[in-house]
Design a protein around this ligand. Sequence first.
Ligand code: AMP
Ligand code: ZN
Ligand code: FE
Ligand code: FE
Length: 294
Amino acid sequence: MPNYVDLHTHSTASDGIYTPAELLHRAKDAGLRVLALTDHDSTDGLQEAAQVAGKLDIDLIPGIEINTDVAGGEVHVLGYFLEYERLAFQGVLKVLRDARVRRGQRMVELLNEQGVAISWERVREIAQGSVGRPHIAQALMEAGYVQSIGEAFDKYIGKGCSAYVPRYKLTPVDAVRFIASANGLPVIAHPLELPGLEELRKWLPGLCEAGMLGLETYYGAYTDEEVQTLRALADEYHLIPTGGSDFHGPGIHPTPLGGRHVPYETVDRLKAEAMKRHGKTPPSFELPPPVEEK
Ligand code: AMP
Ligand code: ZN
Ligand code: FE
Ligand code: FE
């Protein structure tokens, strides 16, 4: 049976390989009926995606992914069914993306100081939207300094490496509040990545209090056993179990587009929550001062 639902994907609006239109066509080819586009710190791909989705009869869920910092790793927060045209919401996204630009420039400077000759201009050409380390990795690969994106992270730009620079990030609770400020539904992304489940458990009560609504359970290559653990955790905290491939392009993450079964019930539950919020005045969100990276 084909998979009909994929709730975690990236396009050229951030660090995905395909334009939103190309992504939708590939989703159609993969047999998907529901697709969420969840670019990093950007909703700029959503309009194009929605237009093509309409033609292909795919149900497009507007989404986003916000990377936040905690001790020992990053917690990524997905947001679904955003009223993303709200001006205050776009204003905060612009601040987050501008911080990515400054940080990217600084990372290229550090590489240059180490004798690694890639240019910021090239990185900016590769990155058509929200700039990320994968774009710097691609420039490193093109220039022959590394053989793969993974090697670029291991050798130069991963946390703790010689050209790594932290950037302005929200705390997980602020990411939840930020998504709620566009009447969106906040969901914890790939909960088994660093800092790991044990650490995340400490955060869960506070995150739920702030309005967390879901837990990404059917993710990428998580095993049946891992999915069971996450399902139990979702039930314990009354979170909606969501899921998706985290597709960025072929060979970037292990799971192909639509390569993970996500129950259709998840979409119904998210839609029911979105219906409760939409059109209402959302809580306001004020950007907090920068936090030190831990
Ligand atoms: P940034 O948002 O600029 O800090 O870059 C982080 C993004 O890079 C993540 O969201 C992943 O999509 C990607 N990424 C992180 N680590 C790796 C890795 N080892 N190999 C490939 N991509 C990675
Ligand atoms: Zn990414
Ligand atoms: Fe992520
Ligand atoms: Fe992602």
